[in-house]
Design a protein around this ligand. Structure first.
Ligand code: AMP
Length: 618
């Protein structure tokens, strides 16, 4: 690997550089290194990048560097498909602008109180991050003035297309100054997005970070889909049962190396941070200790771990997913040295799935789904350790006569059997770290489903062929007990598409798209499954939301109504009710796979408190 470009080489403004330093980023990610110089010079870009590549900073850092704080009309507008992304991007701007006094960024999305948005817009903001529908609203009302707009970013453009926003996006593009700079980011490049680029971008520099690298056959590669359990708890569970010798855990920031090292030390592991802030001598010392077995776990950033060659590294954990396949290959190459075998474990957040597929495709090796060790597995592991300790003590401790006498006397005096005494002692020994472990386990995502996803993804990537309309895709399992079926007064004859409906409901009612279920289009109306317990306020709001310029007029579906069509069905009776199992034709699958996410964390409090230090022989 060649020497990395540094943030300091990129002509970013001083306050922005200071903020990056505080956040703890060491070097720019590939998309940042490529996009920042172009955006700083005012050029347009077309970035093929997915979440996890550092794309937000790739546009936020250069645009903030050029910001004129004295001017209060929006200079930067970011369009994002969902409110969650809008909030996330606004937060990122806030973070990178920490050293810009008086800086204002405003996220605007449907479902949010209009009065407060209007007030803040009136007061003046430098950056607006919004969903297309709400941005259009403000433009129509005249409450958003884009006359002084310098830069427009279209974030996750393909997602906006899928959600039915592309016409809105084009409308907004038409209502911004022609002199603006435009940056478009999209994970895939369907025809419609390509058309937007052709029509609205000028001499855009195309940035596509792709590389094909191969990985050794001696490295077993697995991933865990982050869900239900937080990453630290998942990691400690893995550490407990994985037979590792030396381990490198990769994180993204210098700060995270230190934090994670401290947390693992507190849990009894011999762990140390390795980052670019440590001087050469300290870094070398840590690696030497890892080599000689005085240290078992090193938590490192990419830069600091460059070139580490330590034979006893049996495991690499990608706690934070790397930016691209090249970094991944470099990271996992730290194990499986000198002909040994190794194991690479990758944590993937649902939003980062695409990056996983990219890595898998680029390395041409399957990365298989792993399940977290269950309570039963951890229990078995602890029992094995415990019984081994008994065996070792009996074998190695030459003279136990003092204890023999003590317990014989106790047994006699109290009339209890040796087994009972042994049980009491065993109980005492494990109190801090119980042998019987029970996790509140969350059902892991099934490999099969995951493969379904990959199939779709592959088709996407091949020559940009889109996956087709959402309603054609297989439906995910959904617990229908938790869903109600609603009727909306827009249908096929009004040219509504499922994407339009999802987009409108997600952004205007603030219901995350992953909680929006089965959508079925009919000629004059449609039905949509939504989580039970939607408040009256939200329903009132949804009644007025427009799709294809028609109000949804949403109402709880009570079954078939006369005069409309039921394609493919002779008698549309009961099976149209709210508890219908759902056919394959009408399923809507969101990007997280439409799974209701569990919202609690399981914890192994006992092992946290124990201060247990696993032995190498464990
Ligand atoms: P994004 O692809 O924009 O969603 O960013 C993914 C994650 O990478 C975010 O948590 C960022 O904070 C982080 N990140 C972005 N740029 C860098 C960098 N240069 N070094 C370390 N982390 C970064």
């Amino acid at each position: 690997m060649s020497e990395p470009i540094l943030f300091a080489d990129l002509a970013l403004s001083e306050p922005v550089l200071k903020a990056i330093q505080a956040v703890g980023y060491e070097v720019p990610s590939p998309i940042q290194a490529a996009a920042i110089p172009v955006l700083l010079q005012g050029g347009d870009i077309l970035g093929m990048a997915q979440t996890g590549t550092g794309k937000t900073a790739a546009f936020a850092l250069p645009l903030l560097s050029k910001l004129d704080l004295s001017q209060n009309d929006p200079q930067i507008l970011v369009l994002a498909p969902t409110r969650e992304l809008a909030i996330q991007v606004a937060e990122a701007f806030q973070k990178y602008a920490a050293e810009l006094p008086g800086f204002h960024v405003l996220p605007i999305y449907g479902g949010q109180d209009m009065t407060s948005q209007l007030r803040q817009l009136k007061r003046g903001v430098h950056v607006v991050v919004g969903t297309p529908g709400r941005v259009m609203d403000h433009l129509r009302r005249g409450s958003l003035n884009l006359n002084n707009l310098k830069s427009l970013v279209l974030d996750e453009a393909d997602e906006m297309l899928r959600m039915g926003f592309i016409d809105d996006v084009e409308w907004i593009l038409e209502h911004t100054p022609a002199t603006r700079q435009t940056a478009l980011f999209s994970a895939t490049m369907p025809r419609e997005i390509r058309k937007v680029c052709d029509n609205y971008l000028r001499d855009a520099k195309e940035i596509k970070i792709a590389s094909t690298q191969s990985t050794g056959d001696n490295i077993e590669q697995v991933y865990w889909m982050v869900s239900g359990t937080n990453k630290l708890d998942a990691l400690t569970r893995i550490l407990e049962v994985e037979p590792f010798d030396g381990m490198i855990i990769f994180v993204r920031t210098k700060t995270a190396t230190v934090e994670l090292a401290e947390k693992l030390e507190a849990r009894g592991y011999s762990a140390s941070a390795l980052n670019g802030d440590m001087n050469q001598q300290l870094r070398e010392r840590a690696i030497e200790r890892l080599k000689t077995g005085k240290l078992d776990i090193v938590i490192a950033t990419d830069v600091a771990a460059r070139g580490i060659d330590v034979e006893r590294i049996s495991h690499v954990v990608n706690y934070d997913i790397p930016y691209d396949s090249e970094a991944y290959v470099h990271r996992i190459g730290r194990t499986g040295r000198a002909g040994r075998s190794g194991k690479a474990i990758l944590f993937v957040a649902p939003r980062e799935k695409r990056l996983l597929y990219t890595i898998e495709k680029a390395t041409r090796k399957p990365i298989t789904l792993m399940e977290l060790p269950s309570g039963a597995t951890v229990t078995k592991h602890r029992i094995d350790q415990f019984t081994q300790q008994i065996t070792d003590t009996l074998k190695e401790q030459a003279d136990l006569s003092f204890f023999n006498d003590l317990l014989a006397e106790y047994s006699h005096a109290n009339d209890v059997s040796p087994e009972e005494i042994a049980s009491a002692l065993a109980f005492l020994l494990q109190r801090e770290r119980p042998l019987q472990v029970k996790f509140t386990d969350i059902k892991p995502e099934r490999e099969r489903r995951d493969r379904d996803d990959r199939g779709g993804r592959d088709r996407d990537d091949r020559g940009g062929r889109d996956r087709g309309p959402r309603e054609d895709r297989p439906r995910r399992e959904r617990n229908d007990e938790n869903m109600d079926r609603y009727r909306i007064e827009v249908g096929r004859n009004h040219e509504a598409r499922p994407g339009d409906i999802v987009g409108a409901i997600a952004n205007e009612a603030g219901i995350e798209s992953r909680f929006i279920g089965h959508i079925k289009l009919h000629d004059e109306f449609s039905t949509v499954d939504l989580p039970t317990g939607i408040s009256k306020d939200i329903l009132a709001k949804l009644k007025k939301v427009r799709v294809r310029n028609r109000p949804l007029e949403i109402s709880l579906d009570t079954g078939p109504r006369g005069g409309d069509d039921f394609p493919g069905r002779g008698k549309p009776k009961r099976d149209f009710g709210p508890r219908e199992g759902g056919g394959r034709e009408g399923g809507y699958r969101d990007r997280d796979g439409g799974r209701d996410k569990p919202r609690f964390n399981d914890r192994d409090n006992a092992s946290k408190k124990s201060g247990y230090r696993p032995k190498k022989s464990d």
